[in-house]
Design a protein around this ligand. Sequence first.
Ligand SMILES: [Cu+2]
Length: 728
Amino acid sequence: MITPLFTVITSVLLTSRVSEAALRKYNFTLHSGTRSPDGVQREVYLINDQQPGPLIDVNEGDDLEVFVKNDLPVENTIHWHGLLQRGTPGMDGVPGVTQNPIPAGGNFTYKFSVGDEYGFYWYHTHFRAYYDDAIRGPLMIHPSPSRTRPFEKLAQNDGDKAMLLQAERDAVPVMLNDWTHDLSDVVYERYFRTGAFPHCVDSLLANGAGRMECLPESILQAGVGLGLDSTASMGSGSMKMSTETSSMSMMGMSMRKRQAMTMDGMSNMPGMQMTSTAPMASMTPKSNMAPMSGMDTMTSMAPMSSMAPMSGMDSMSGMSSMSGMDSMSGMGSMGMGPLNPKGCTPPMMFRPGFNISSLPPPTCANTSSSLLTIPANNTQGWLALNLVNSGAVTQLGVSLDGHSMYIYAADGLYVALQEVKVLYLSVGQRYSVMIKLNQSPMDYYLRFASYPWGDMQQVLEGQAIVSYKMNTTMPKRTIEARDGSASVYMLTNGSAAMDASTLNNDNLHPFDGNSPPSKAADITKVFNVSQTGIVTWVINRDPYIEPSMPIVYGNASDGWNANTTYHFPANSTVDIIMAVAEDSMDKMAHPIHLHGHKFWYLGSGKGQFPYASVTDAPSSMINLHDPPYRDTENLPMSGWLAIRYVTDNPGAWLLHCHVQWHVLSGMAVVLVEGEKEIPSLLGSESTSKAPPPSGAKTGAASTHTPKYVFLRNFLMCIGTLMAAPFLF
Ligand SMILES: [Cu+2]
């Protein structure tokens, strides 16, 4: 699975680090509070009074001990997203799989070593969807100095190299997430009761800061295509319209045969000043189509050759008469007609007896809450950001006005460097990016926008500000407006502006040369991913039901022999081929996350995977040579995804969709490996918890069938409503 040279290097590194390993201790208190992260007040769940939670900041090789006191009225766990928990299968923080939930008023101490893992991760509660209520935070493992960095090639000299390394050391964690004004329990109860999938959020936050920004009526009427017109009557530019038109390019996943992206993009174009406001329309005529996902069936749409980028929202008010969307009238049946005041297409499905009037009327009111400001000291040359999509449901496009981003790590690990203007993050994914601070000293928007996927869409953009540290004698220019600016690379609907380069997911080759075992897999599992009911989503046949006793406890657990639990022999190469079932009620994409492992992303594509195993597939379809190695990858809409991993980490590991409403509705399985070794690895920490501490009985009750979930949610909502007058 790993090249011999890599193994040797890793062994040397490990050996050299052992003496430096430190024990890092953190104390977390989970509690309720009231916050207005986007200008609208609501109850939030906080860690140490913070949203997001504290940064866990450790070095490669360190041991970590996190004491979690749960002062919330609900159960919780903390999962360390992307960390392998090698040798500590009881510390992964999944209720019913690796531990009992921490009861209200209870506590639990997580102890594990980060070993030879490094890079940017995040942690979040894995109980229900409570991370949407803000039980989440960033986790940074600083790599050993002896590791070679992919960005070192950006350095012209030793001084540059030192600046790059310092920028990496100072990298700013930026947690991006969608945000709703209701508690997650309320959102899920509404979904379960009405069947209306909650894809429509209220705002987008960066490190817990954002604002409500309502779209003009013209865009609401125009729909997800923004009403951009093929006649270029806006005269200010064009939207990048990939001929692929599929979710593939938008979701950062890709067809292996996709046309190579232009990585240098606009930055190499003569006369292209990043801060200029030169009309982009003059640059390159475009006839490609907008890469709006869910539009695979729309490739026959009339070309909208030069769709205007969003100029500032105000200037769009004259767009209502634009006819660009006329050719998209067929979208009505796909829910792509006018948008509601939140910028959303209407729900596609309801339970019998429910309809749009069953839902709270969508409203939007502008707020002026402050945005996250990231200081950038341009005397230091470079700024590094650690980006994560820590949201519930929204896939995000990200760009920084006027700057390229050099992607140097994906899901923590170093990758072959890519220069892009726009990158896409599925829920759960991380990217580390290096930014050269070579533009006019001023403020620049870091934009993050919901990009459409499947038939449920929302036009929504949030911003943070990257602010160059100023020499006081120099007048500071105001922030760049969107109006036709060549320095704005992404449109409000998450599309890349004309010729703005986007991340090529297939090219995230591991920088250390790590590659999968080349021989055929010992086990190939084919999982049909499907919506089998309005509120039932599954990975193969059956909805996942949280066991009342953790699966790591062995066959005493009610989940040990569940239909959604798979047992794999130790030290085997496993291929998992997931495909959206042809009879799935909805064919949307799913960000798939595997616990306990990084996996090699061998390939993805449209339709069903046409072979019995990856060995039978051509190399244009399956990459066994230098595939990306990560922990979260997209299963494309109406498509397939193939991953490979080696069962070298005894434990019970959840494989699930990271969309919170999907995993709550059953979209998960548990993969058990090395089962004979698990008991000896649980240690006193876990065994002392069996039987669970007093109060955890409610956790045991989390053996929730969907029906039970509904009942519990419903009762909680009623309880909340009844208690409301006393709470506020
Ligand atoms: Cu999903």
